[in-house]
Design a protein around this ligand. Structure first.
Ligand SMILES: [Fe+2]
Length: 294
């Protein structure tokens, strides 16, 4: 799940305004007319066709095959929770074991949702998952997050108690950031951890970010290519760093443990926001003398 950068959608009782990336010149993919005021909707599982399920299976199998040696063990271990790879999971069925394990549940949404709605759901331990699946011609790449990205990329680690706590803390922090005009900083933290994060393990670097784990090509690139830089996790450094939404990342940030994420996000962020606001922004590929390089 990603948030839109321009949350200009206004909640109403019947349906909500569509949300798109950036300037909004791309037509929205989801059915926002049937969404509730909190942007959740019904999954309408019956509407998936046999072709949809087959496309999901092919996406799943391709990703599953390349996880060993590239994805972190916690993720590989948790993917089985998604159930039968031959069909798109029913969100309500998947929510049951998730609720029992970490108290999270899946909430269907039409697609991208405004930041505040996104934060509010996370703070309630509800993870928004897009209902629609990409088209067959988008097998290798889709711009907006679809049901495969949201489910395969994000949901497995919600079964991990530590990561589950981080996601809720992130949502609560996001609600506060909205009031402090600091959403951009928090969006960067989300991007470089939840979406594109790497973790250092005894066996080498591994991916835990959903954007990488659901990507056919970026998974291997992020972990093994000599091209991008891989830098040690640094909270305020990340908050200063711009990111790319239409190409592989120029920089990946590496955590040492999931505990490190929790610990870094435990303090009140308000002083950090001030510090970041007073510092210069950094380009996605910038290197600082203080960076720890992997
Ligand atoms: Fe995502």
């Amino acid at each position: 799940m990603n948030t839109a950068t321009k949350p200009d959608a206004k909640a109403v009782n019947q349906g909500v305004a569509p949300v798109t990336y950036g300037t909004g010149d791309r037509p929205p993919r989801g059915d926002y007319a049937s969404a509730r005021s909190d942007f959740t909707c019904n999954q309408c599982w019956e509407r998936y066709t046999a072709e949809d399920h087959d496309l999901y299976r092919r996406l799943y199998e391709r990703q599953w095959a390349q996880l060993p040696g590239l994805a972190c063990d916690e993720f590989i271990e948790a993917v089985r929770h998604l159930g039968d790879p031959r069909r798109i999971p029913r969100f309500d069925e998947l929510s049951e074991p998730l609720r029992k394990t970490t108290g999270w549940q899946i909430a269907a949404v039409p697609g991208l949702i405004p930041e505040e709605a996104f934060f509010a759901l996370l703070a309630q331990r509800k993870f928004p998952v897009t209902g629609w699946l990409r088209r067959p011609e988008e097998f290798d790449y889709v711009v907006e997050p679809d049901v495969f990205h949201d489910l395969f990329g994000h949901v497995p680690l919600l079964f991990n108690p530590m990561f589950a706590d981080y996601m809720q803390a992130y949502g609560a922090g996001g609600l506060k950031a909205s009031r402090l005009q600091a959403c951009e900083y928090l969006a960067r933290l989300y991007w470089y951890t939840v979406e594109f994060g790497l973790i250092d393990t005894p066996a080498g670097l591994r991916a835990y970010g959903a954007g990488i784990l659901s990507s056919a090509a970026e998974l291997r690139y992020s972990v093994t290519s000599p091209e991008p830089q891989r830098l040690g996790f640094d909270l305020t450094r990340i908050m200063r760093t711009r990111y790319k939404i239409d190409s592989f990342q120029a920089s990946y940030f590496v955590i040492e443990t999931f505990q490190q994420l929790i610990a870094a996000t435990a303090p009140d962020f308000a002083p950090y926001y001030e510090q970041v606001a007073n510092a210069s922004e950094l380009a996605a590929d910038e290197r600082l003398a203080t960076d720890r390089v992997f």
